[in-house]
Design a protein around this ligand. Structure first.
Ligand SMILES: Nc1ncnc2c1ncn2[C@@H]1O[C@H](COP(=O)(O)OP(=O)(O)OP(=O)(O)O)[C@@H](O)[C@H]1O
Ligand SMILES: [Mg+2]
Length: 258
């Protein structure tokens, strides 16, 4: 891969006795779609939490556009160009759909919304710009008609799209999606796949945690597999599909569940 946008080196974090992420090294190139898969509890979401400054690694390094990411605050990392969605939706339920996306847009600015509210002069201009951007992203994810609705009134699939719009409004070079099709029917999943391809076509790279193998195999240029915190495989979809260690990791977990 030519241009490494994101690179982790021996990334490690433990929670008590749990080796949630252990010596994980991988990279994501510009405009690449990479899937991060693995059984429940494999450490996938924890990798996202390390990449976005929610947790600090016990050891190892993260580089984004050649800059170190560790020991930076989540807001700073957002401004560097990494945006994410959450496995459990985190929308502002009592704000409108458009306002949720505006928050994403103002996140990109130093001090965020607070500065905007305190300085009433520039605020008007900023608000207009944020509104315009919000509507662009809502149109991109297909939620234009819902702009003035409260977030909590959206259907589940729409809420997932709204989270993606809010993340995109921060202007990321890398979008991290944590199970974007969870709880969706096949048609909804298909449209999320289209959306992800659209994001890549706009020039952003996507790192995707996903359990639906149809989505993973259909969309990823490369797949990284975690099991018990360790990277057990990496390769193209057709390689991963027949990888013995990967099959074992999944079957083993299923057998253990009974
Ligand atoms: N804040 C925390 N405190 C303690 N343990 C944690 C914490 N976060 C994660 N873990 C543990 O780390 C391991 C990895 O969890 P993680 O949520 O990253 O898994 P995952 O691959 O995202 O799983 P899933 O597919 O179920 O979402 C699990 O054993 C989990 O219980
Ligand atoms: Mg998870």
């Amino acid at each position: 891969m030519e241009n490494k946008l994101l690179e982790t080196e021996n990334l490690t974090i433990h929670f008590g006795g749990v080796r949630a992420v252990e010596n994980v090294s991988f990279s994501v190139g510009e405009k690449e779609i990479v899937a991060l898969i693995g059984p429940n509890g494999a450490g996938k979401t924890t990798v996202f939490n390390l990449l976005t400054g929610v947790y600090q690694p016990l050891s190892g390094a993260i580089r984004f556009k050649g800059e170190r990411v560790e020991n930076r605050k989540p807001n700073t990392i957002t401004r560097m160009g990494i945006a994410r969605t959450f496995q459990n939706l985190r929308l502002f339920q009592n704000m409108t759909v458009a306002e949720n996306v505006m928050v994403g847009y103002t996140c990109r600015m130093r001090g965020g919304m607070l500065v905007a509210i305190l300085r009433t002069g520039p605020f008007k201009k900023l608000e207009a710009a944020a509104e315009e951007k919000a509507h662009e992203w809502l149109s991109f994810v297909g939620l234009s008609a819902r702009a003035n609705e409260l977030a909590r009134n959206l259907a589940y699939g729409e809420q997932r799209r709204l989270e993606i719009a809010r993340a995109m409004a921060t202007g990321p070079n890398l979008l991290l999606l944590d199970e974007p099709t969870a709880g969706m029917n096949p048609a909804e999943s298909e449209s999320i796949m289209e959306l992800i391809r659209g994001i890549r076509d706009l020039g952003a790279a996507v790192l995707l945690i996903e359990h639906d193998m149809r989505v993973v195999m259909g969309i990823s240029g490369r797949i990284i597999v975690l099991d018990y915190g360790e990277k057990i495989a990496e390769g193209r979809p057709e390689e991963i599909q027949k990888n013995e260690r990967v099959i074992e990791a999944y079957l083993g977990k299923k057998a253990a569940k009974g």
